[in-house]
Ligand binder design. Structure first.
Ligand SMILES: Nc1nc2c(ncn2[C@@H]2O[C@H](COP(=O)(O)OP(=O)(O)OP(=O)(O)O)[C@@H](O)[C@H]2O)c(=O)[nH]1
Ligand SMILES: [Mg+2]
Length: 416
């Protein structure tokens, strides 16, 4: 059983304020075993060292040995390499990094944007210390000039990963201008480390600008051009998934946010929602388990992916969860204008306060009704379910990921 306890710090989005259990003990035991293994192998080496022939290259140190590799600390089922370009992309990477996604790389055409990630690459543009200045072509060229460095950094940082996500804010120059090139590098890397389906293992996380920002013709043109280009790649399953977060939708959703909290809240919510699914899928539930294979199908089905979270107040009523989902689902997703009927796969994880699981009768039925609601919304999509208990929570929370969606054409039309 996975009982969700201590682990995650507090987060911007109140619905996400739960904590995860540390697996420190397991880790310690594993380290101990490894230590024993190491010792035995050293002893073994000493025993056979006498008179054993040697090869010259033994003396060379291979730079990327297992000890040097950066370790993922997310404790998720999948090891995910996170990359991001430009200010927005870099900040989303920071939010993932804070959750333990240490296989992370940030690149920018300027070193002036602050970035706390140790793995930072400056894609310097000659004579332009301030970056690409919303010019995607200039940024694309900057990436081409520094392509080898980016690839080498991926090799150094990522090691073996199951998936790569490339983050960018569409509207500016650097994030949007570099993203296609970086996605290609990602696929090349995945192939290099042995995956036969790299196009299913490299996806993107992009933001769309607010209506206010999109009043600037260059911002709307950039977002439209790159958004539609990436959507076409997603529809053709050349990347998977394309996670779309619409800053304009989030602005309406969390209308009370201060300017200072606006971007950090969105960025943390993106990383935390992804993390909920990745973390939960590494363990078993005493109720219904959402496992890593389920999570993989959500990430690998191509198309677009959107996510959201709903807190259910009236979970005691028979139809409480399903009606909350019916009225909230479309409202609480972080993007809009997707036709949910085009979904191929959905993941719905319900996290319930432990006390509630013990006290509320018929809760399982109410949750089942809720799952049916999602199934109705998403047409023919396969719905992967999960039900988990959380000791530190006294409500019912439903996390949703809907994947394989077709492009949000209407949303792009508004950027024209
Ligand atoms: N969600 C989110 N969106 C952001 C953030 N910062 C910027 N954006 C969005 O991303 C778009 C692009 O902005 P930047 O990331 O600053 O642009 P850039 O990629 O650095 O491009 P240049 O500075 O022009 O080279 C903006 O129009 C915003 O809509 C952020 O931290 N979070
Ligand atoms: Mg910038």
């Amino acid at each position: 059983m996975v009982t969700i306890q201590k682990r995650m710090g507090k987060v911007g989005n109140p619905a996400m304020e739960f904590k995860f259990e540390t697996q420190g003990k397991e880790k310690e035991e594993k380290e101990e075993k490894e230590e024993v293994k190491k010792e035995t192998s050293i002893q073994g080496k000493e025993e056979i060292d006498m008179g054993m022939p040697k090869v010259d290259v033994e003396e060379f140190k291979i730079p990327q040995d297992a000890e040097d590799e950066i370790k993922d600390e997310s404790e998720g089922a999948l090891k995910v390499g996170i990359m991001g370009g430009g200010q927005c992309g870099g900040r989303i990477v920071e939010s993932f990094y804070a959750l333990g996604y240490k296989k992370a790389l940030v690149y920018n055409t300027t070193a002036q944007d602050s970035c706390s990630i140790p793995n930072f690459l400056d894609l310097k543009i000659e004579g332009q210390p301030g970056g690409a200045g919303k010019n995607m072509k200039v940024a694309e060229q900057a990436l081409r000039d520094h392509e080898d460095e980016v690839y080498n950094e991926m090799t150094r940082i990522f090691g073996q990963v199951d998936h790569i996500l490339v983050c960018a804010g569409l509207g500016g120059g650097t994030g949007g201008g570099t993203i296609r090139g970086v996605l290609e590098l990602g696929k090349r890397y995945m192939k290099y480390i042995g995956w036969e389906d790299p196009e299913k293992r490299v996806g993107a996380v992009v933001t769309l600008p607010t209506a206010g920002e999109a009043n600037s013709p260059i911002v709307s043109a950039n977002a439209y051009d790159m958004g539609t280009a990436l959507s076409e790649m997603a529809d053709k399953e050349e990347i998977s998934p394309l996670i779309v977060v619409d800053n304009d939708k989030v602005k309406k959703l969390y209308a009370g946010l201060t300017i200072a909290k606006f971007f950090p809240t969105i960025n943390n919510t993106i990383a935390q929602l992804f993390h909920v699914f990745n973390w939960i899928s590494q363990g078993e539930s005493q109720f219904v388990t959402f496992d890593s294979t389920d999570f993989m199908t959500v990430l690998k089905c191509g198309g677009h992916l959107i996510m959201g979270v709903t807190v259910v107040e009236d979970y005691k009523a028979k139809t409480g969860i399903s009606s909350a989902l019916r009225s909230n689902l479309t409202k609480t997703l972080l993007a809009t204008d997707f036709d949910l009927k085009t979904a191929k796969v959905a993941a719905v994880v319900t996290v319930v306060g432990k006390k509630i699981t013990e006290e509320v009768e018929g809760l399982m039925d109410n949750i089942e009704y809720g799952f049916d609601t999602i199934a109705n919304f998403t047409g023919k999509a396969i719905v992967h379910r999960g039900i988990y208990a959380d000791e530190e929570r006294d409500n019912v929370c439903v996390y949703t990921m809907i994947s394989g969606l077709s492009a949000p054409t209407k949303r792009y039309d508004r950027l024209r």
